[in-house]
Design a protein around this ligand. Structure first.
Ligand code: ACO
Length: 392
């Protein structure tokens, strides 16, 4: 007999992982044993990658080894650059170019059919190292600028900002982006991670798993929300400037407009968190630090004012749904604060989450179970074949 349908798989536990634990009721996120607040503002992204891949922090020699290895894989093959050039001519979105670019990395894989742990760990390093180069190269090509070669003397995060802007980044900007990358690196069985695990559960390869995950991340219900979340704050600000009403008054009207026309407020609500997303706190603190030291401190204040109103009005309009601020809202502030264009928010999320995807893929290979759920059938039964000549 068919069991009850778990639409959207909400609440279904499909596997165990040591990579992260999401407690949606307590609003807690553990990354490989560390409370998020303990890890994200302190670690370098390379340390977090080492932690995910090896289940412990590296010592200084191991960290240096990983940094050197990653730096050696930053350059992307000429074939990848040529494809990114073609994509830029078509003005594809940076997420599409990111997906296509990562796929081409398999061209330089020394032994594509080898599926050993060692070969897959190496692939993980190659993909993570090259991901920022793909995004930065594409962004510059799209904007008619020459790509910037990676600088092996910079850290992973600093080099990403350098390749985007062609100038050495300020340490505060590097710290803010590093905190962001650490914050979103892994998050339980989210849609993109699940996609990657489904793909490699068939014993398919790591490139396929990562490319599929990028596709899943692209949608606005997953990784595509931070741009619109920031646009909303600007929109509300502009309306307030025009009308003379306060930010909270305009935010109140905005939420009512969007929800009454069936829309959603980007950056709010989460499938698992029913209290405030702990990542929002970590990123909110990072944004405030960044804006205090340089930038538009007013934007931070306005965002906080908008947030308060949105949560209150959503509770009134959607009682009991417990729609709270999610990670995307403060992602927008941090990334905007370092001067990153909105179109790069989701690819930057992917540059980080690829760390989680690769670690989950390694776990899934170890688990070695095909993920294959079932579906109920709600179509017709007993149809009779009608020859083409007799069909209306
Ligand atoms: N604004 C307004 N209403 C909302 C919102 C929102 N942001 N989120 C959910 N709702 C409403 C729904 O319309 C629905 O109302 P109904 O019961 O009257 O039909 C109810 O709350 C439950 O919504 P579901 O779609 O069933 O909840 P689900 O768990 O599937 O959705 C999701 C989670 C997709 C994140 C949703 O809250 C959303 O669309 N948020 C906006 C997009 C966003 O911020 N995405 C980033 C998510 S974080 C991340 O992936 C990194």
């Amino acid at each position: 007999m068919m069991s009850e349908i778990a639409r959207g798989l909400a609440g279904v536990v499909v596997t165990e992982t040591r990579l992260s634990r999401v407690d949606g009721e307590a609003g807690e996120l553990i990354i490989a044993g560390f409370p998020l607040e303990e890890l994200a503002p302190k670690a370098t992204f390379e340390e977090v990658l080492y932690l995910l891949w090896n289940d412990r922090l590296p010592n200084s020699k191991e960290l240096e080894g990983l940094q050197l290895e990653m730096a050696s894989f930053r350059s992307i093959p000429p074939a990848t650059v040529a494809i990114l050039q073609a994509a830029a001519q078509r003005k594809l979105s940076p997420m599409d170019a990111f997906r296509i670019g990562v796929d081409t990395l398999s061209l330089s894989d020394p032994n594509p059919s080898e599926n050993s742990r060692e070969a897959n760990e190496r692939r993980a390093v190659v993909i993570l190292a090259a991901a920022p180069t793909i995004v930065a190269t594409y962004w510059r090509l799209l904007n008619g600028q020459d790509p910037v070669d990676p600088d092996p003397n910079l850290s992973h995060t600093a080099n990403y900002l350098y390749m985007l802007n062609a100038e050495k980044p300020h340490p505060d900007a590097v710290r803010a982006v590093e905190t962001y990358l650490n914050t979103v690196v892994d998050h339980g069985m989210n849609a993109s991670t699940f996609s990657s695990r489904v793909i490699v559960s068939t014993q398919s390869d790591m490139f396929s798993g990562i490319v599929g995950a990028i596709g899943a991340l692209k949608g606005p219900l997953h990784g595509g929300a931070p741009g619109p979340a920031l646009d909303m704050v600007y929109d509300i600000r502009e309306r307030a400037n025009g009308s003379g009403r306060s930010i909270p008054e305009e935010a109140d009207a905005y939420v009512r407009d969007v929800v009454s026309s069936g829309g959603r407020i980007m950056g709010f609500g989460h499938r698992v968190y029913k209290v405030r997303d702990p990542r929002a706190d970590v990123l909110g603190a990072a944004a405030e630090k960044l804006f205090r030291e340089a930038g538009d401190a007013q934007l931070c204040e306005d965002a906080r004012a908008v947030e308060e109103v949105v949560v209150r009005v959503l509770e009134e309009l959607k009682p009991g749904r417990r729609l709270q601020t999610n990670v995307e809202f403060y992602t927008a502030l941090v990334l905007h604060g370092v001067g990153m264009p909105t179109d790069l928010f989701t690819p930057t999320f992917g540059i980080s989450r690829a760390g989680g995807w690769s670690a989950h893929i390694l776990e899934q290979y170890d688990e070695a179970v095909l993920i294959r759920p079932q579906s109920g059938y709600n179509g017709e039964l007993g149809r009779k074949w009608v020859p083409l000549s007799e069909r209306k």
